[in-house]
Every structure is written in structure tokens, then in C-alpha cells.
Ligand binder design. Sequence first.
Ligand code: FES
Length: 83
Amino acid sequence: MEIKVCVGSACYVKGSHEVIETLQELIKVYGLEKQVVLKAAFCLGHCTEAVSIQIGDVIYGVPKEEVATFFKEQVYRRIQSCK
Ligand code: FES
């Protein structure tokens, strides 16, 4: 699974750097280094009230405080259901 985190200026201001760091930690904590590829992306065209994260064709607006929940629901759970 590939996760793209927007580092465009609007998302950067909302904490995309912290979001990337948190995701990196979570990937390690859950032992998903082989299943998940984390990438930075420039403006994903959804400069909303949160940081834009793209998985597949879907772009989510994720506040930096909710990254752990997002990860569990959209990343960990999906990988588990694919096993
Ligand atoms: S700057 Fe992130 S979606 Fe536009």
C-alpha cells in the first residue's frame, strides 16, 4: 500500500511534517515496513481544513491529532483484511 502525504504549503502549515513523522512511527510500531510505502506529494488539490493524505484514488483530510485513528482504520485494518 502506498500512502502519499501532501507537503504543499497549505498542508505543511497544518502539520504535514508531523503527520509524516507519526505515520513513520506507526508503520514501525505495527511492523508494516514491508507493506506500506510512505511518500510525500505536492498539492493534492484538496487544501481543506486538514492535511491531505492519498491512499489509492481517495484523498482524505486528516487533522494531525487524528493520524493514529486514521492509520488504524484506513491502513492497519485494510492490510489485516487483505491477509
Ligand atoms: S497543499 Fe495539500 S492539498 Fe493543497
